[in-house]
Design a protein around this ligand. Structure first.
Ligand SMILES: [Zn+2]
Length: 406
């Protein structure tokens, strides 16, 4: 196993744990992993709000009829869990969020003038993965997707997709990830794909035109589309060199037709086009990718602990605890390591945990009211007060900058 594998960093940093009794492909998020995931969610929700999305919460279950209507039952059945009988009805764990978002659109019934109608949800979904393939955070049976759906006028598809690509660019920069490669994923052979040639020709042409118009480089792959339409896959490379899809943008004429979606337009109505998109993928896959690419050394705003405080000797523990409290009151994640171990051993432990900032307090610092600060990349900062440290780290964290020193 590569030292950069997310499973190694995940264990070392206490991000998640597999559990036999809970079940294969159902990892537990531990407290430090939950911090990383919550920060990621908060970031993407803020990004989406700034781009005109409104967020919803929709159920993780749906009636079998909902998926028969959407086409999941016919085309996606193998990836779904068997239905559960509830009284006279059958319900299933949702394999995707799209049908629920369509029901929100139908409930609100926006007019054509009010389009584009943009919905987002950080929502749970379920995939029937076979026992042999589950593992780590990458292949799980329950996952939480950063999902979004835009219902727009056919003329607005290009503008919306350009905006989604801009969001991906913005997100990857903040996450410290290299720009992904673009792939136009087209239909392949077989019953996996909705059988309607005109729909596929139109969808693939729309996506190709947008990419060409934006002057973006991309290649094409056959058989990688969603069952309902072609997509732009944003391909990333893990440390072991294997390419995978994280973010996706999909154009869909199928589901609006299945649900007979319409937006009032004067006396008549228009049928909106649906664009499915995920900016940062599932929380599971993005956290795995971040751990892998950064080898556990996450950008400070994502790090479970921002500052670890090390008292050199026992009689400065009180001063060290005061520094911690100043940092906590400033809204930072600070922890005291006053274990009975040598300073060198505790510094090594902080390095192993990839903590961005380590504040060391000896007798001199305690007397002067300062701390000596070591940055994860090896830099040493000039001695500073607890308030100065809170301001310095606070700026880095709140601006979500990747560099640890301004
Ligand atoms: Zn969708």
């Amino acid at each position: 196993m590569s030292p950069h594998d997310h499973r190694d960093a995940g264990r070392r940093l206490g991000i998640y744990a597999p559990n036999d009794l809970c079940g294969a492909g159902l990892p537990l998020w531990l407290p430090d992993g939950t911090i990383v995931r919550d920060e990621l969610e908060r970031f993407v929700v803020e990004l989406e709000r700034a781009h005109g999305y409104r967020h919803v919460h929709t159920p993780q279950l749906g009636k079998r009829e909902l998926y028969e209507r959407s086409g999941h039952w016919a085309h996606y059945h193998d990836d779904m869990y068997p239905p559960m009988a509830v009284g006279s009805e059958e319900v299933v764990l949702r394999p995707m969020l799209c049908p629920h978002h369509i029901l929100v659109f139908e409930t609100e019934r926006p007019s054509a003038a009010a389009l584009p109608y943009r919905l987002a949800e950080v929502g749970e979904m379920f995939r029937f993965e076979r026992s042999g393939v589950v593992g780590g955070l990458n292949r799980v049976r329950q996952m939480t997707l950063n999902d979004g759906h835009v219902f727009c006028h056919p003329d607005a598809v290009g503008t919306e997709i350009a905006d989604m690509l801009a969001m991906v660019g913005e997100a990857y920069a903040v996450l410290g990830l290299p720009a992904p490669r673009l792939r136009l994923s087209r239909r392949g052979e077989g019953a996996k794909f909705v059988d309607d040639d005109a729909l596929w020709v139109r969808g693939e042409a729309v996506l190709r035109d947008v990419l060409v118009e934006l002057g973006l480089e991309f290649d094409e792959a056959t058989g990688e589309a969603a069952f309902y339409g072609p997509k732009i896959d944003l391909q990333v490379r893990a440390s072991r060199g294997k390419e995978e899809t994280l973010s996706t943008i999909q154009v869909d004429f199928h589901l609006p037709r299945q649900f007979d979606l319409a937006a009032r337009d004067g006396e008549g109505s228009i049928r909106p086009v649906m664009i499915h998109r995920s900016i940062v993928s599932t929380m599971e896959r993005m956290v795995a990718h971040l751990l892998d690419v950064h080898a556990g050394a996450l950008p400070a705003w994502l790090a479970p602990t921002h500052v670890r405080i090390l008292p050199v000797v026992d009689d400065v523990i009180t001063s060290a605890a005061e520094v911690r409290d100043v940092l906590l009151r400033a809204g930072l994640r600070a922890a005291l390591d006053d274990r009975d171990a040598s300073l060198a051993a505790r510094i090594r432990a902080a390095e192993q945990a990839r903590v961005p900032y380590v504040a060391v307090i000896g007798r001199r610092e305690a007397a002067e009211g300062t701390v000596a600060v070591r940055v994860r990349d090896g830099a040493q900062l000039a001695p500073m007060s607890a308030d100065q440290l809170a301001a310095t780290v606070g700026d880095v964290v709140r601006s979500r900058q990747v560099a640890l020193i301004a």
